[in-house]
Design a protein around this ligand. Sequence first.
Ligand code: HSE
Length: 306
Amino acid sequence: MKSIKIKAPATVANLVCGFDVLGMCLEEPFDIMEVTLLNEKKVIIHSADGYPLPQDPQQNTAGAPLIEMINTLPEEVGFEVMIYKNIKPGSGVGSSAASAAGAVVAANLLLNNRFTNEDLVRFAMFGEKVASGVKHADNIAPCIYGGITLIRSIFPLDIITIPPPPLYVTLVHPQIEVKTADARQILRKEVLLKDAIKQWGNIAGLVAGFMKGDCDLIGRSLEDVIIEPVRSVLIPGFDSVKKRCKEAGALGGGISGSGPSIFMLSKERETALKLETIMKEIYDGIGLSYHTYVTTINQRGVTVIE
Ligand code: HSE
C-alpha cells in the first residue's frame, strides 16, 4: 500500500472540569486527509481548504509529528500529505489535533502498524506544540483512540479509555477565532485549595458517571470553577447558551477545548435538536454568524475511507 485516505474527527477537550486531562471524540465534523508513502526522508504538506496553514512541515501540525516519526526510522521513508480541512482552526474542536492525529495514524498504517497508539500520541503531540506552544493530549488521545479518554499523565504517557454512554452532543461554533495559545495565556497560574477540591470532586464524578452510565452524576459533575470563569468572557452569549440549554433539558456542558465553541450533552436526540434551536436563536439575536452540529460520540477515532 502506497497511499491511504482517512477521516480525522473533531474532539472536545477538557469536558468542562478536566482541563488538559479529559477529551471526547465526535462523529462530526471531520477532516479528510490523503497520505502517500515516499522513499526518501522528507515530509511534504499540501492543503486544499483555503485556510492559511503553514506549508513548512516543521511549522505544520501534521508535518511536525511526521518529521518526529521518520527520524526514529532507520530506512529512507517520508510522507506526502494532502489535507482537506473542515474543522476550522481556532474553533475549539481540535482542528490541530485532527491534522496531527490523522497524519500519524495514516502514516503508521502505511508502515504496517510499526508503532503503538501510545507512540502515535507522543508523535502527534509535537503538532500541538507547534499550534499552541505546549504539548497536551486531550484532543490527540480521543482522536486516535475514539470515545472518551483520560490522560492521567503525559510525562510519562498514561492514557485510560473510558467507555462512553450513548449521549448526543450539540455544538455551536460562533465564528470568531480564539487561539489556544492566547486562551492559555490568560489563565491564572495558581488556584485556591477550595476550588481545587471542587474541581477534582467534579472530575472524579464525571469519570464515574461515564463509567456507570449515570446521567444525573454526569450532569452534576459538568462544572468548572477554575478555567470557565476566566475563558467564558471571550465567548459572546456563553452564559445565555449555558443557562437556556440547561433549562431545556441538557445534562450540562460548557466551553469546548479552549473555545469559542460551546458543547452540550443530552440523553435524547429530541433534546439535542431543541438545544440547537436555542443556540441558533441566541446567536441570531447577537448577530454573530455560527455553525451548529448535532452529533454523537465517535467510538473509533481516525478511520480509513475505503
Ligand atoms: N486543554 C487544552 C486547553 C485544549 O484548554 O487549552 C485546547 O484545545
